[in-house]
Write a protein that binds this ligand. Structure first.
Ligand code: AR6
Ligand code: MG
Length: 289
């Protein structure tokens, strides 16, 4: 969870800088002064973690209510465009299956929002990959009805579980692809396996996207390649991920979540930890205990 937040907040600092200085700042590794504020990626991951803590699995109605409550309490976290309507309607008492299925002319959202929040779930269930897949699907459906959004969530959750289990970077992407249903996410994941893990992330982004379209397919395969290429060092992983631009808070949230599931925050510079907006403490509140 803390790795996801660090990535989210670090990634968000690369927005709103003049485009011509952005790549130079990244190459020269010039950090922005804190505070680095976290966004919807973290807000939704926290809600999901609370539900796992409270129910031991994804109770979809409880998760929908938790998402809507967190949104109502703090809507200024740069949520995806359709989420304002979805979370308000759920908060107003409409059933989530009805609300999510009517988005985008009945297609449902294929945005990367279900993937950006799910790495801690993969770590939570890391001992059982079938459960990781099933619970990732359930966590996605509450806001994202399109199968590509679900596929993106499955891919990230499985990657986080395999990260915990110590799978080497060279095997990670294919092992993830084997668990993802056929479609654009799976096909771009397979395209990503053609790049050596020493390749320049910008070349990989050129072939599979890096989130400029905010879709799961355009975001998740790149993030999983970046994580696989830097599985033992969360700071290096985040620098590498940001280099290509795109949806940087979300690619970095995904990568931070996957890599830190293995490494924790060991080795992260003190200045980064001090700059990152703190999480609520305790992370989860279980009033029954
Ligand atoms: N047809 C066309 N465009 C779509 C479709 C579709 N079926 N589905 C999604 N999009 P959204 P999220 C595009 O709004 O997934 C925050 O910045 C459309 O442009 O459902 O939670 C986070 O940090 C839509 O607005 O929300 C993430 O970066 C966009 O995909 C991101 O937003 C996102 O889908 C998470 O977004
Ligand atoms: Mg965000």
């Amino acid at each position: 969870m803390r790795g996801l937040t660090l990535g989210d907040a670090f990634g968000e600092t690369w927005f709103f800088r003049p485009a011509e200085t952005l790549e130079t700042a990244l190459v020269e590794r010039r950090l922005k002064d804190g505070p680095w504020l976290w966004t919807d990626d973290t807000a939704m991951a926290l809600s999901l973690l609370r539900i796992l803590d409270r129910h031991g699995r994804v109770d979809q109605d409880a998760l929908a209510a938790e998402f809507a409550g967190a949104y109502a309490a703090d809507p200024y976290r740069c949520y995806g465009a359709s989420m304002h309507d979805v979370l308000r309607a759920i908060g107003d008492g409409e059933p989530w299956p009805v609300v999510t299925r009517r988005q985008f002319d009945g297609m449902g959202s294929w945005g990367n929002g279900a993937a950006m929040r799910v790495a801690p779930l993969g770590a939570w269930f890391a001992g059982d990959l079938d459960t990781v897949v099933a619970e990732a699907v359930r966590s996605a459906e509450v806001t994202h009805a399109h199968p590509e959004a679900t596929a993106g969530a499955v891919a990230v959750a499985v990657a986080a579980a395999l990260s915990v289990r110590g799978v080497p970077g060279g095997e990670l992407i294919e092992a993830v692809a084997a668990r993802v249903p056929d479609g654009e996410v799976a096909s771009r994941l397979r395209r990503a396996t053609r790049f050596a893990l020493s390749a320049d992330p910008r070349h990989v982004a050129g072939m599979v996207g890096c989130g400029s379209l905010i879709s799961a397919a355009d975001t998740v395969p790149y993030a999983i390649w970046c994580a696989a290429a830097n599985l033992d060092d969360v700071t290096e992983a985040l620098w590498a991920t940001a280099l290509a631009g795109g949806d940087v808070d979300t690619t970095c949230a995904i990568v931070g979540g996957i890599v830190a599931a293995r490494t924790g925050l060991a080795g992260v510079p003190e200045a980064w930890l001090a700059a990152c907006e703190p999480l609520p403490s305790p992370l989860v509140m279980n009033p029954g205990q």
